[in-house]
Design a protein around this ligand. Structure first.
Ligand code: NAD
Ligand code: ZN
Length: 248
């Protein structure tokens, strides 16, 4: 483990353009549970089912009650953790250019990263399904479910449900930064949700080194990633940054 931490610090030290790809695991230490794996808030439900656009269109009250209300509660209170802070420091050092995130919690921006591609949109805003008016999630009154816009339309998260298209701009830019980077940090993603999981493949094909940070191995491990540093994202980032400081 110590060797891998040193390797990562050396790879980052020598890198000119670093891209990070983050998944739900990067926000776990901020108290936001992942969909899959142990401890998920939604262990009782299949997120693929509850967070599918067809479920929402069929029964918005059910999806608001089972999923969105809880997410609002958790995300409204969440603060960036050491993983987010480490990525900000890496940007300040002139190494990290862009964070591609699958997360919708806005914590990378709250921490201070300036170029964040939100692959799955954002939970910070809700939008009216009738007139497309956007309302800040923390201002949405959830005393009646589903919450509605002034026009009477139902509000939905400005995020991508399963079964919906990735915003084209996010996809296009992600491919570009994946192609251009010389190191990609892949943090806390199980790499099963496509097309986000394709970005490390694009980076690898363009010659980048792929470093994974995750307590578990993933579909990328041993195949696409050059090495996996096993551990929680905040702790691993702290150790990498301490080693990097000593090298700079
Ligand atoms: P996932 O839930 O499929 O996988 C989470 C990954 O995090 C796993 O590989 C797990 O081993 C790893 N992990 C667990 N603890 C960790 C830690 N302390 N540090 C680092 N990694 C840790 O997540 P996913 O691949 O991102 O896919 C689920 C989709 O659901 C995402 O695309 C996202 O849009 C959405 N989602 C978002 C949030 C959020 O915004 N915070 C939360 C849950 C789900
Ligand atoms: Zn409206």
């Amino acid at each position: 483990m110590d060797d891998l931490i040193r390797n990562a610090a050396e790879d980052l030290c020598g890198a000119k353009r670093v891209t990070a790809l983050t998944g739900a695991g990067a926000s776990i230490e901020s108290g936001i549970p992942p969909f899959r794996g142990k401890g998920g808030l939604w262990e009782k439900y299949d997120p693929m089912e509850v967070a599918h656009i067809d479920s929402f269109l069929q029964d918005p009250v059910k999806v608001w009650n089972l999923l969105i209300k809880d997410m609002k509660d958790v995300i409204d209170r969440a603060k960036p953790n050491d993983c987010h802070k480490g990525l900000v420091k890496l940007e300040e050092l002139g190494k990290l250019q862009t964070v591609i995130t699958q997360n919708i919690d806005g914590l990378h921006q709250m921490a201070g990263n300036t170029d964040v591609i939100e692959f799955h949109g954002t939970f910070a805003w809700q939008r009216c399904m009738e007139c497309n008016t956007h309302v800040e999630t923390r201002r949405v009154d959830i005393s009646t479910i589903p919450p509605r816009c002034d026009c009477g339309g139902i509000l939905r998260p400005n995020a991508v449900f399963f079964g919906e298209m990735i915003p084209q701009e996010a996809l296009w830019r992600s491919r570009q930064v994946a192609t251009d980077c010389d190191v990609m940090l892949v943090i806390g993603t199980s790499a099963v949700v496509q097309p986000a999981a394709l970005m490390p493949v694009v980076a690898k094909e363009s010659g980048a080194k792929i470093i994974e940070i995750n307590p578990e191995s993933t579909l990328l491990t041993g195949d696409i990633s050059d090495y996996l540093i096993k551990g929680p994202a905040g702790d691993v980032m702290n150790r990498i940054m301490a080693n990097l400081d000593a090298l700079l």
